[in-house]
Design a protein around this ligand. Structure first.
Ligand code: WTA
Length: 636
């Protein structure tokens, strides 16, 4: 029996039970049957959850790019590996076959080697969503260099902090990038960042926008002439299972970003396995994930997961609103996309638009639609299910984190059921538990607690680059012996999980624990409301009270503000209870968001508390200007 794909509910339970009772045998078989190894492992897993010390496939030797590319060449050489859809719909899409991918990655790998990059060196990649980004990532993996992709929307100081933390030797960037109607001066940002980055010796520059840029003598080189000289084949570096594959920075509760380190074999097995199952991937599918490769979702589910399965993966340079709000739907129609994976924030913003944008396109090719990154509220779930999935394509609400490497809790389409706003069941190999404040495991169903994972899975990050103590403290100390996710969750009467949001988003009002996410859900169901964010603020009598920041679908629709406030509170009362009523409501034109679409509650919390000092680095916000507006309109 193969464990690689779960094909029925009965099989799900069978595989799940096997993965719990005999995790070593379970992962041994998956790793053995579905990948190409130079040498197999002596032992499947070794771990010490107290010390946060985890190793998978001990002493195995492998190269992930051999598995992403080389092994497909015989059968799928001419098949499209990467389907590039440019920002400008007038620019032709590019179909890059597995043969071409092999050649491009080889050339890039040879250039990197020529430029002195060796196994273990760190390379910062700061590129727009263009094919060269994929080639650069894979070229690093080919030669054993550790890639650190920095989202091409971060400011110079954020780029510099990331480069310095891992002492990158090289930066790969471009003369600029297109994003909707804007162009972004990436090289200018890199130049600014590198004023303070002593470790960087070389910068390779991809030509994309033909912008006029500065090239620093002795440091900067155009990439294309080097590629033109390079051989189109290459030998892959032999990597140990636990050799680092990449660093990816994620924000923590302190200002300093955490460089999550993922290693080779475990990440490979886990990203491949989860992709296959969560997207019910079949040979001729056209799969599209709209994330940016600068985030973990792009690493695992634009590049590695799909390529490991020999899939066709769409790489989209643009944004959902350019040239109009129909772009996503147009691209699905144009390329006959079969799996579509996006974020609730995108769904909500598109749901605000006229239906004609969706209904004007043929979406009948879709068979699975996915959501990731934050809890998806009931209204958005239904809109997605009805208008995009047409009630026939299961919505996979996938819960996971940068730290987990791959999806952990999610429906498996056509196998396990979906339930609106629920990530539902853990994948085989994943053992979630809910913990109470006294650090006891909460048994049974219909319970709420802090979400932990009690047994390692192959995709888990191994450390924070340069700071193992912080890794231990952040993830393995709150609930000793378990991995703490930082999220709260509830388990319903049949054992389905619903992620209620970061545990730090819980507000205690008059002694009652209130998750802000369900309150937001209730508010968002009000027909005039587009989006909302709830935070707590100190209150004399109740301990904490709730402050709501709300955006409306149409700015003018709140002419009678008092009525609307009353209606919203009645809505909350009837959905959750009077205890969850808001003390203060402020209508705003937008909410401060990170570039990955997450609401920056930290800032809202400070405003609600009346503390206008030190908002921290707001340069990573998508819309920093909104902070001023919200401050000025604070409700007293
Ligand atoms: C949140 C993104 C609810 C959660 C892959 C988690 C979600 C954090 C979901 C990780 C989901 C992600 N439902 N919440 N389906 N997916 N989250 O590291 O709070 O960018 O801890 O990884 O996003 O965000 P990260």
């Amino acid at each position: 029996m193969s464990y690689y794909q779960v094909q029925s509910l009965e099989q799900y339970f069978k595989h799940y039970n096997k993965s719990i009772r005999e995790p070593r045998k379970f992962w041994d078989k998956i790793a053995d049957e579905n990948f190409t190894w130079y040498q197999k492992w002596d032992k499947v897993v070794e771990f010490d959850m107290q010390e946060a010390d985890i190793k998978w496939f001990i002493n195995a030797k492998v190269n992930i790019t051999k598995n992403c590319i080389d092994r497909h060449l015989a059968r799928r050489g001419e098949k499209t590996a990467i389907l590039f859809e440019p920002n400008n719909p007038g620019e032709e899409a590019r179909h890059i076959s597995y043969n071409e991918l092999y050649a491009e990655v080889s050339k890039m790998a040879n250039v990197l080697r020529d430029q002195g990059i060796k196994k273990g060196d760190r390379v910062c990649i700061y590129l727009p969503m263009i094919p060269e980004l994929a080639f650069a990532v894979l070229a690093c993996a080919r030669i054993g260099a550790i890639h650190s992709v920095v989202f091409a929307g971060f400011s110079a100081s954020a780029v510099a902090a990331r480069i310095n933390d891992s002492e990158c030797k090289m930066v790969i960037t471009s003369d600029g990038g297109y994003r909707g109607s804007k162009t972004i001066d990436l090289k200018g940002i890199v130049d600014e960042a590198l004023k303070n980055c002593p470790s960087v010796e070389k910068v390779l520059v991809v030509k994309r926008t033909n912008a006029n840029i500065n090239m620093k003598e002795g440091r900067d080189q155009w990439l294309q002439p080097l590629l033109d000289e390079a051989m189109a084949n290459s030998v892959a570096e032999i990597m140990d299972a636990e050799d680092p594959l990449f660093i990816l920075y994620t924000s923590g509760s302190t200002g300093k970003p955490k460089g999550m380190l993922h290693t080779t074999a475990g990440y490979m097995v886990y990203s491949a396995y989860t992709f296959k199952n969560i997207f019910a991937y079949e040979e001729n599918d056209i799969y599209w994930c709209t994330a940016d490769i600068g985030w973990i979702t792009g690493h695992s589910y634009i590049l590695y997961g799909p390529l490991l399965n020999g899939a066709t993966t769409v790489l989209f340079e643009g944004v959902p609103s350019y040239p109009d709000f129909g772009r996503f739907w147009e691209v699905i129609d144009k390329h006959k996309v079969t799996q579509f994976y996006t974020a609730p924030t995108a769904i909500r913003s598109l749901a605000k638009q006229d239906w004609k944008w969706v209904d004007g396109h043929d979406l009948s090719s879709l068979k699975v639609i996915g959501s990731v990154g934050e809890p998806i509220n009931e209204e958005a779930w239904h809109w997605y299910n009805d208008h995009v999935g047409k009630k026939k394509s299961p919505v996979v609400d996938t819960w996971w984190q940068t730290e987990t490497g791959g999806i952990m809790i999610s429906p498996i389409p056509f196998v396990t059921p979906t339930k609106p706003t629920y990530a539902t069941l853990p994948l085989p190999g994943v053992q979630p538990v809910l913990m109470d404040e006294l650090r006891n495991e909460i048994e049974g169903n219909q319970v709420v607690g802090s979400l932990c994972i009690k047994f390692p899975w192959p995709g888990i990050a191994r450390t924070i680059w340069g700071d193992h103590q912080r890794f231990k403290d952040t993830y393995f100390s709150t609930f000793p012996g378990k991995y703490f996710t930082g999220d709260g969750a509830l388990r319903d009467e049949v054992g389905y999980y619903r992620i209620t949001g970061r545990v730090d988003d819980v507000v205690i009002v008059s002694g009652h624990n209130l998750g802000t996410a369900p309150i937001e859900d209730a508010i968002n169901e009000h027909p005039s409301v587009a989006e909302s964010a709830i935070v707590g603020f100190p209150h004399d009598v109740k301990g904490n009270a709730l402050y709501g920041f709300i955006t409306l679908k149409e700015a003018g629709s709140w002419r009678n503000q008092d009525n609307l406030v009353k209606e919203i509170n009645e809505h909350i009362s009837s959905h959750i209870g009077p205890i969850a009523k808001l003390d203060k409501i402020q209508f705003v034109s937008g909410l401060p968001k990170t570039r990955s679409g997450k609401i920056m509650r930290r800032i809202l919390r400070k405003i609600a508390e009346g503390d206008f000092s030190n908002f921290g680095d707001t340069s990573t916000l998508l819309n920093p200007e909104i902070v001023e507006e919200i401050k000025n309109g604070k409700v007293e």
